[in-house]
Design a protein around this ligand. Structure first.
Ligand SMILES: NC(=O)c1ccc[n+]([C@@H]2O[C@H](COP(=O)([O-])OP(=O)(O)OC[C@H]3O[C@@H](n4cnc5c(N)ncnc54)[C@H](O)[C@@H]3O)[C@@H](O)[C@H]2O)c1
Length: 248
């Protein structure tokens, strides 16, 4: 077998949340190219249906903040071989002025949502004795960004990284690997406001050793690696893809 075969996902079903656009869409596209049957599960059916059609994937509406919906989707699909928890949101409010709803909204999508989907699909994976989960965390789970304030986001992503380790430890002996990627600044609708704010943009570029943002397609190969048999001895890991941001 060629080493390249380890990256193939033929015969596997991958569910990618928050994949109607941005990083998630490129992940879905990459996994489909590697041979997986892909289901995009997203809050936004308007964009999601077209996105799925464009890469030969299926679309399922899902709000990851709803644990019953995650459980129902996993049951409807009969589980999955690969789950990518990618849905995420950000709120840029100074910590001292953070409205209750902002804090809760970020935690519900970025951390609770990851857990509900891990639990729902993890049950099926454990029952079948194999599976691979990859979540999109962030470098914000390792450092605290500036100049923009985003305490809830940073805390939620640190939570994803540690949840990854916790589930990896619990499920390793039962054939289920759990990892995450930690991207740096990536050009998507999520970072549009920051790029349009000169002070943020300048700081982001200055503090990234590579001097630029990532394209969403530059995150997808890291997810493919972790999702595939190429990472068969890797679990509980946070793979940083940040152009060197966390070096400084
Ligand atoms: N863009 C960056 O710089 C960056 C850096 C590090 C990590 N990330 C993370 O990458 C992931 C994707 O970010 P992006 O930049 O592509 O964002 P994006 O805003 O372009 O896309 C997010 C997607 O998630 C979906 N979504 C939002 N809430 C949802 C919910 N409750 N249920 C289901 N789907 C939901 C949206 O409909 C959208 O399709 C997020 O977890 C984000 O935190 C982004």
């Amino acid at each position: 077998m060629s080493i390249l075969d380890l990256f193939r996902l033929d015969g596997r079903h991958a569910v990618v949340t928050g994949a109607a656009q941005g990083i998630g869409f490129e992940i879905a596209r990459g996994l489909a190219e590697a041979g997986a049957r892909v289901t995009i599960a997203d809050l936004n059916p308007d964009v999601g249906h077209d996105a799925a059609r464009s890469i030969g994937a299926a679309f399922e509406p899902l709000n990851v903040t709803d644990p019953a919906a995650a459980t129902a989707l996993a049951a409807k699909l009969g589980g999955a071989d690969i789950l990518v928890n990618n849905a995420g949101i950000v709120r840029n409010t100074p910590a001292e002025d953070t409205p209750d709803d902002d804090w809760t909204a970020v935690m519900r999508v970025n951390l609770d949502g990851v857990f509900w989907c891990c639990r729902a699909f993890g049950q099926h994976m454990l029952a079948q004795g194999r599976g691979s989960i990859v979540s999109t965390a962030s470098m914000s789970g390792l450092i605290s960004n500036h100049p923009q304030p985003q305490a809830a986001y940073n805390a939620s992503k640190a939570g994803v990284i540690h949840l990854t380790r916790s589930l990896a430890g619990e499920w390793a002996s039962r054939g289920v690997r759990v990892n995450c990627v930690a991207p740096g600044y990536t050009a998507t609708p999520l970072t549009k406001r920051g790029l349009e704010t000169p002070e943020w943009r300048e700081t982001w570029l200055k503090e990234t050793p590579m001097g630029r943002l990532a394209e969403p397609a530059e995150i997808a190969p890291a997810v493919l690696y972790l999702a595939s048999d190429a990472a068969s001895f890797v679990t509980g890991h946070a793979l940083v893809v940040d152009g060197g941001y966390t070096c400084w």
